[in-house]
Design a protein around this ligand. Structure first.
Ligand code: DHK
Length: 156
């Protein structure tokens, strides 16, 4: 089976506002890797794990919500870094609550070490697990957990 075979479980990796500026924005917090670097990491990790990835970013809440609705039909799991919407969006929480598949919440920075307003997540209440403060590696860890939750046999 090739890494892009449609038979492999598909994971949506969704990224929220301002993550398109990774590598240019507050490198002391978010690191020097770009979103394109993280996308490559996700594809490499997914093919090693026997998954496929559909990697997307939007600055618009309604677009993220439409993608979460699409994931209900099309994805075996969701990795989401909602960025600032983590702390504000009941609408994203509601959309994710309607998804039966595993949801992994990822933050590049450790939101619990930052400003008080970042320490509440509307998403955590509906996530299977939360990874915060592992940098870009958090995405790879999230994909590994989804592989386990959806029952993909471990790589040999
Ligand atoms: C990214 C953002 O843009 C912030 O708004 C969040 C998150 C944290 C991150 O660490 O990936 O507070």
């Amino acid at each position: 089976m090739t890494p892009d075979s449609p038979a492999l479980p598909l994971v949506f990796v969704l990224n929220g506002p301002n993550l398109n500026l990774l590598g240019k924005r507050q490198q002391e917090i978010y690191g020097s890797e770009t979103l394109a670097d993280i996308e490559s990491l996700c594809h490499e990790t997914a093919s090693r794990l026997g998954l496929r990835v559909d990697f997307r970013q939007s600055n618009a809440e309604h677009v993220l919500i439409d993608w979460i609705h699409a994931a209900r039909e099309d994805a075996a799991g969701i990795v989401i870094n909602p960025a600032a919407y983590t702390h504000t969006s009941v609408a994203i929480q509601d959309a994710l609550a309607a998804c039966p598949q595993p949801i992994l919440e990822v933050h590049i920075s450790n939101i619990h070490k930052r400003e008080p307003f970042r320490q509440h997540s509307f998403v955590s209440a509906v996530a299977s697990a939360v990874i915060s403060g592992c940098g870009s590696q958090g995405y790879a860890l999230a994909l590994a957990r989804i592989a386990q939750l959806v029952g993909v046999p471990p790589p040999r």
